[in-house]
Every structure is written in structure tokens, then in C-alpha cells.
Design a protein around this ligand. Structure first.
Ligand SMILES: *Cc1c(COP(=O)(O)O)cnc(C)c1O
Length: 379
């Protein structure tokens, strides 16, 4: 079997929420010879990744930081660069991923719901918060937060508070308009909606957030230098975008090639960004109708709070992980078990993001729905 055919074979596995799989051209780009990070071949590739990342978030001037690491590294960057000891952070909690900042003050929603605008307003009026964080799509529950409304509430009630969006699951499967909605930081990773192998931490900061970093006295980690007022990563990103190399630490060169291939499809492909988000909404509605028709109950309490890149469903009577996930795996479908610690064994999750929905000729959605029917004896 040629390597191209091997890639194609594996490429047929439908997505699961933890890692959405990468299209063939992305895997090939990942296999690019490992160039020097200062080579003429690599510099424009990195520069274009920075520009295209900004485009995916509809921003004119926010600053992307593409750094080796997982999505979780974004949290360290936020706490090290934007929050000083003693400052308050308001964490909106809609599931497992709200725990990332658990030592801060959480406002918790019941399982299956997002925190309401009234609760956010009340919290912001009670105390001054430097930063508000929320998970756009909580991958543990499939709950979607209303990013636009949160941005508007903060702007109206506490305009100095920086709005930080955890978009690890959401970016490229949900619409995010950083500038229009007043989102100051989006942190994400390569492996979910962005359809690239894992290993790239992607943090995008508004100019307002960058100014806060500049004004800090305790500079602890990646964006800034601990020993001097000199920022570390910012000049590196700026240099590559302008077409020349700079060094602070070696970038994950191959992943940048892979990310470039994926971003090129997302921003310059035959499907526009708007069409891409519409395709996710349509596929999601179809999956949610199908599971409802099978008599299954979803985790999100209200369809308005349901993510478009995944569906979280309770097992029907008599079913659990063992007699659901294994038979699905036999049909080539990698669904994920539950993750929210209180109800982990009662539900499972189906990912439908990236090429699974943008390229209907693959037939992934039909195959997943037919397989669920077969496993639950509904046909
Ligand atoms: C997956 C995920 C993370 C963690 O990302 P890693 O790359 O595993 O560190 C954080 N937040 C959300 C919403 C996620 O889905």
C-alpha cells in the first residue's frame, strides 16, 4: 500500500471531540521535511499562519501567538501574563473545562446550562474583576455559551474587564468575532475544530490585552521576559509576519506546515467561513434530530445552549460505555465517553466538526447516524 493510500484509509475514521481528525493534505504537510525555522521556505509559512489565524476570528489587529504546547498552555499564558497576584478572575463554569481556573471565583451553571447574563451582571457589579473567563464550547457537556452576549454584558457593566474565551473545541466550528463582540483573548489548540495534529497552542490577544501585558510588573512567562521589560514572543511573531525570522525558542516547524494546510482550506478553500459555520449548524441540527428521534436525551437543557461541533447524549436504558462505544468502534467510529465527573458514566459524546461536516461526500454523518440506530436497535 502506498503511503498516500495508508493516509486515506486512516482518514476515514469519523471525528471524536478529543481529536478531530486531520484531512489528508494536512497529514502530508505534517510530513514536510523538517526545515530550519530560519529558512526561506518556512518564514512565509509561519507568517501566513499568523494572518490566517486572525482571519478565522474575524479580527483586524489581534495578535496570534503560535507556540509549541497543548490548549492547556493557553491558561498558563493567561494567568502569567494578564493576572497579578491578588487580582480577581471571574470564571463562568459550564462543565469540566471551567475547572481550569478553579482556584479563582467560579459562577457555576447547572449541568447542561450556561451561566445567564443576569448572573454575570450581578457578579460584575458586586466586585471588580481584572479578567472574566468562559468556555465557548464545554467539550465535557456540549454546552455552548453565548460569546456575543457575554462580550456585550462585560462592555456595558465592567468595560475594563478582559474577556477570555476558551475556544479549544469551538474555534473553526463556531462563529467567533473577536473585534465585534469585544473578546480580548481566544485560546485554542490545533487538534479540534482546526483539524491539525495536536501540539500547537494558539493564543490570540487583542491590542487591549497586549497593553495590559506591557503594563505588568511581574512578567513570568511566555509572552514577556521575566528578567527585563522585553517581551519574548511578541517580537518573534511580529518578525515572522513581516517576513524575517526571529528566535526565542524553536517553533514546531512541521506542525506549522500542517496548520498552514488546514488554515488554507478554512480561509481560502471552496467553502467560505460563513458557509463553514452554516455547515456545522446544519450537521448539528441533523444529528440532534436523529438522536431525539431515537428517543435519546441530550445533556444541554436547552437547544439554544447546544454546541454545533459535537453532541452529548445520555445512554438509553440498558446501555453504557461497554455496549455502545465498542460496537461503534467496530464500525470505525470513535465516540468518546462522558467526562463531567458527576455524571461521567451516564452519557457519551459524538464529534461532528471539520471535514466530517464540510465534506459531505465522505458520508460520515450518514454512517454515524445509521450506526447509532443499529447499536441501539432502532431500525
Ligand atoms: C480539549 C480542551 C482543552 C484542553 O486542551 P489540551 O490541548 O488537551 O490541553 C481545554 N478546553 C476545552 C474546551 C477543550 O475542549
Amino acid at each position: 500500500m502506498s503511503s498516500q493510500q495508508e493516509f486515506k484509509q486512516r482518514d476515514r475514521l469519523p471525528a471524536r471531540p478529543a481529536i478531530a481528525h486531520a484531512p489528508t493534505q494536512v497529514l502530508f504537510a505534517n510530513a514536510h521535511p523538517s526545515m530550519s525555522h530560519v529558512s526561506a521556505d518556512f518564514i512565509p509559512v509561519f507568517g501566513e499562519c499568523i494572518r490566517m489565524t486572525r482571519e478565522v476570528l474575524f479580527s483586524k489587529d489581534a495578535q496570534p501567538f503560535l507556540i509549541a504546547g497543548s490548549g492547556t498552555l493557553g491558561w498558563d499564558q493567561v494567568s502569567a501574563n494578564l493576572v497579578e497576584p491578588g487580582e480577581n478572575v471571574l470564571v463562568l463554569h459550564s462543565g469540566y473545562f471551567g475547572d481550569s481556573f478553579a482556584e479563582c471565583r467560579p459562577v457555576k451553571a447547572p449541568i447542561g446550562a450556561a451561566v445567564t447574563q443576569e448572573e454575570i451582571e450581578k457578579a460584575l457589579k458586586a466586585k471588580k474583576y481584572k479578567v472574566l473567563t468562559f468556555t465557548h464550547v464545554d467539550t465535557s457537556t456540549g454546552v455552548l455559551s453565548d460569546a456575543k452576549a457575554i462580550g456585550e454584558t462585560v462592555k456595558r457593566v465592567s468595560p475594563d474587564t478582559l474577556v477570555v474565551l476558551d475556544g479549544v473545541c469551538a474555534v473553526a466550528s463556531e462563529e467567533i468575532r473577536m473585534d465585534d463582540w469585544g473578546i480580548d483573548v481566544v485560546l485554542t489548540a490545533s487538534q479540534k475544530g482546526l483539524g491539525t495534529p495536536p501540539g500547537l497552542s494558539i493564543l490570540v490577544a487583542s491590542q487591549k490585552a497586549i497593553k495590559v501585558t506591557d503594563a505588568r510588573c511581574t512578567r513570568l512567562t511566555t509572552i514577556a521576559d521575566p528578567a527585563s521589560p522585553r517581551p519574548r514572543w511578541l517580537p518573534v511573531m511580529n518578525a515572522y509576519e513581516k517576513g524575517s525570522p526571529a528566535y526565542f525558542a524553536t517553533p514546531p516547524v512541521n506542525l506549522i506546515y500542517a496548520f498552514h494546510a488546514s488554515l488554507s482550506t478554512i480561509t481560502r478553500g471552496s467553502v467560505s467561513l460563513e458557509e463553514r459555520f452554516a455547515a456545522h449548524r446544519k450537521a448539528s441540527a441533523r444529528m440532534k434530530e436523529a438522536v431525539t428521534a431515537m428517543g435519546l436525551k441530550q445533556l444541554p437543557l436547552d437547544p439554544a445552549f447546544a454546541a454545533n461541533g459535537m453532541t452529548a447524549v445520555y445512554y438509553p436504558e440498558g446501555f453504557g460505555a461497554a455496549n455502545t462505544l465498542a460496537p461503534l468502534a467496530q464500525k470505525g467510529i470513535v465516540a468518546a465517553g462522558g467526562l463531567h465527573k458527576d455524571i461521567k458514566d451516564t452519557y457519551f459524546r459524538i464529534g461532528h466538526m471539520g471535514i466530517t461536516v464540510v465534506d459531505p461526500s465522505r458520508g460520515d454523518m450518514d454512517h454515524v447516524i445509521d450506526s447509532l440506530k443499529a447499536v441501539f436497535g432502532k431500525q
